[in-house]
Write a protein that binds this ligand. Structure first.
Ligand SMILES: [Zn+2]
Length: 422
């Protein structure tokens, strides 16, 4: 596959399976908290319009486990078709490279040895491992997606094209020994076998090794109404409380946590083996306390978000009616914009999508078949109204629109509906 093509081969083979048991504790009493409207898998932008229109909608229901309080999708779509041709590349996400550079710096000072080793699970194009390798780590990546794995290997970052689990962990430990550092960046929420992956990571650590996880932090994301982070790729929604519990179940202790701004709110969680002498930092207790104040490990927290999102959906609907909008321009073309426009029921109103990601240019959005064009050509859009579907980046995109001499009325749907005149 060429670097800038969008996959056209898979469509209707994707299926939804019922997940009967909790991904955290195997409990069998998952409680539905939010049945969102069925939606196509949001990332399937394709150059073939017929294919884009053929995509089936899949169930998207959030459920919580009353036993371990883990928020998760009730059903999962077939993961193989999602990841084999996964397009996302670390380098594309705004600001992520700098964040990984800082993170690798912080992690490298946790180890005194001259010679140290690191394994990254879901290593994507190897960007993060490259930073670690520059800080003296011998590195190995595990990445199931074909294209990013090939990019990493071509750049000299050894990457095994595999799905990670405890069986693979045993094999790697046998062949290559254990690691000082194991990392999982924005991949833990995507794995169906959550506890098995954590167990595998633990098995690969040296006695004094560290497992470092970066994951979306929905208590922060949901507090800014960022519900469109919920998609078929995110099977679990992890809190500090969940991670603390999962660590205990898999032979580890959660020793440090920090909230960071990426993706509307993320968490950096650090584990050591239970047997290690590393001490638990006060940050863990502080964030556990904050979660109790927020009541974010509860069904009520999610039901509350649902009410707020429904209110914003109504506001948008009323705005559209008041201004008799029958067509508008969409800004942003990504997995989350698919979920947002589907939820808000505005797909039929959007004439074109404009985005900076060149791999998406001339492709069609899954389900709606709306075509994606370069953001720099936004002046060709003739609609009075545009809607900023990538609302999370409103600050950066607004200044970009000014630079592009964009003219018109821009609707920003979230966290609260507002309008900007250009
Ligand atoms: Zn559970």
């Amino acid at each position: 596959m060429s670097p800038f093509s969008v996959n056209e081969s898979y469509t209707s083979q994707m299926t939804t399976e019922r997940k009967a048991n909790c991904r955290g504790c195997s409990g069998d009493s998952l409680q539905v908290v939010w049945k969102m409207p069925d939606c196509v898998y949001g990332d399937l932008f394709t150059k073939d319009l017929a294919v884009a229109l053929q995509h089936k909608k899949h169930d998207l229901t959030l459920a919580i486990c009353p036993d371990c309080e883990l928020l998760q999708l009730l059903n999962e779509t077939n993961i193989q078709t999602q990841y084999d041709d996964y397009l996302y590349q670390t380098k594309i996400t705004f600001g992520l490279s700098e964040f990984y550079e800082d993170l690798s710096e912080k992690l490298s000072i946790l180890f005194y040895e001259e010679k140290k080793s690191a394994l990254d699970i879901g290593s994507n194009d190897g960007s993060f491992l490259k930073s670690l390798s520059e800080k003296g780590f011998d590195v190995l990546g595990i990445e199931p997606a074909k294209y990013p794995a090939a990019v990493a290997n071509a750049n000299g970052i050894e990457t095994l094209r595999e799905y990670f689990d405890s069986t693979l962990a045993k094999q790697i430990a046998r062949e290559r020994g254990n690691f000082d550092l194991v990392t999982i960046n924005y991949a833990l929420a995507n794995v169906p076998n959550l506890t098995d992956v954590l167990l595998g990571a633990q098995m690969l650590l040296k006695e004094d090794g560290i497992l470092n996880i970066v994951t979306g932090y929905h208590p922060d994301q949901f507090s800014i109404n960022m519900f469109d982070y919920v998609g078929h790729d995110h099977l679990t929604y992890l809190t500090v409380s969940n991670l603390d519990r999962l660590g205990t179940r898999t032979g580890m202790k959660l020793i440090d946590v920090a909230r960071v701004e990426h993706k509307g709110g993320s968490l950096v969680a650090t584990f050591s083996k239970t047997i290690s002498g590393r001490k638990k930092s006060n940050s863990v207790h502080q964030l556990l306390q904050r979660e109790m104040w927020q009541n974010c490990n509860s069904a009520e927290f999610i039901l509350n978000l649902k009410l707020r999102i429904e209110a914003q959906k109504n506001n948008l609907k009323n705005f559209i009616t008041k201004h008799s909008i029958d067509t508008m321009t969409g800004i942003g073309a990504s997995i989350s914009t698919t979920y947002l426009s589907n939820y808000m029921e505005i797909d039929h109103l959007i004439e074109n999508l404009f985005d900076d990601d060149r791999r998406k240019w001339q492709s069609f959005a899954p389900g709606s078949g709306v075509q994606v064009l370069p953001l720099e050509s936004i002046q060709t859009a003739r609609n009075e109204f545009s809607i900023l579907l990538a609302w999370q980046h409103s600050n950066r995109i607004s200044s970009r629109l000014k630079d592009l001499k964009f003219e018109g009325r821009l609707i920003i749907p979230l966290p609260f509906l507002r309008e900007i005149y250009f």
